[in-house]
Write a protein that binds this ligand. Structure first.
Ligand SMILES: [Zn+2]
Ligand SMILES: [Zn+2]
Ligand SMILES: [Zn+2]
Length: 152
C-alpha cells in the first residue's frame, strides 16, 4: 500500500466522506441511501439488513423493506462505504471510505461490540503465506472473537 493520509471519520465527517466516495463512484447519494448510511453508522456493533431497516423505518416513520436496505448495503460494500463482518453475518459503516484496507475486526462474544483496526503488514503476511501455498488471497477476512474490555 502506498503512503497516504489515513483518516478515521466519525459523525458528520463520516457522512461527508461516504457521500464524496459514493459520488466519485458515479452513484447518487439519494435520501434513501443517506438514511441507510446514517442508520448503519449509528450502530456500535455489526448490524444486519433487518436491524438497519428497522432503524430507518423508525426514523422515517414508514415501513422500509429489509430487501431494499440489503441492496443498498451491497452497493455500499462495493463502494467501500461499508464492510461485511462475516462471522457476525452483518455490516458496519467503514470509517475510512477514501482508502481500502483489509479491515480487522475484534468482536466481543458477550456484547457484540466490534472494534476495527487496520494493519496492512499483517494482512500482507497473510497474502504472502497464501501465495506460498499457491493460493491467491484476493480478500483476506481477519476477524478476532473474544471479550471486550467492558465484558472481561
Ligand atoms: Zn488508509
Ligand atoms: Zn479499516
Ligand atoms: Zn463486550
Amino acid at each position: 500500500m502506498a503512503e497516504h493520509e489515513h483518516r478515521i471519520h466519525h459523525g458528520d465527517s463520516l457522512k461527508q466522506a461516504a457521500r464524496e466516495r459514493l459520488t466519485k463512484e458515479g452513484e447518487q447519494w439519494t435520501d434513501m441511501r443517506a438514511a441507510v448510511f446514517e442508520a448503519l453508522a449509528s450502530f456500535d456493533k455489526p448490524a444486519s439488513a433487518y436491524d438497519v431497516a428497522e432503524e430507518v423505518s423508525k426514523a422515517q416513520d414508514r415501513r422500509v423493506a429489509a430487501n431494499s436496505v440489503y441492496r443498498i448495503l451491497d452497493l455500499f460494500v462495493g463502494a467501500n462505504l461499508a464492510r461485511r463482518v462475516e462471522s457476525a453475518n452483518a455490516y458496519v459503516a467503514n470509517q475510512h471510505p477514501e482508502c481500502l484496507h483489509d479491515c480487522i475486526f475484534l468482536i466481543c462474544d458477550s456484547c457484540g461490540q466490534t472494534v476495527h483496526v487496520d494493519d496492512d503488514a499483517l494482512s500482507e503476511s497473510i497474502r504472502k503465506a497464501a501465495s506460498k501455498a499457491g493460493f491467491s488471497a484476493s480478500r483476506p477476512v481477519i476477524e478476532v472473537r473474544g471479550k471486550c474490555g467492558d465484558c472481561d
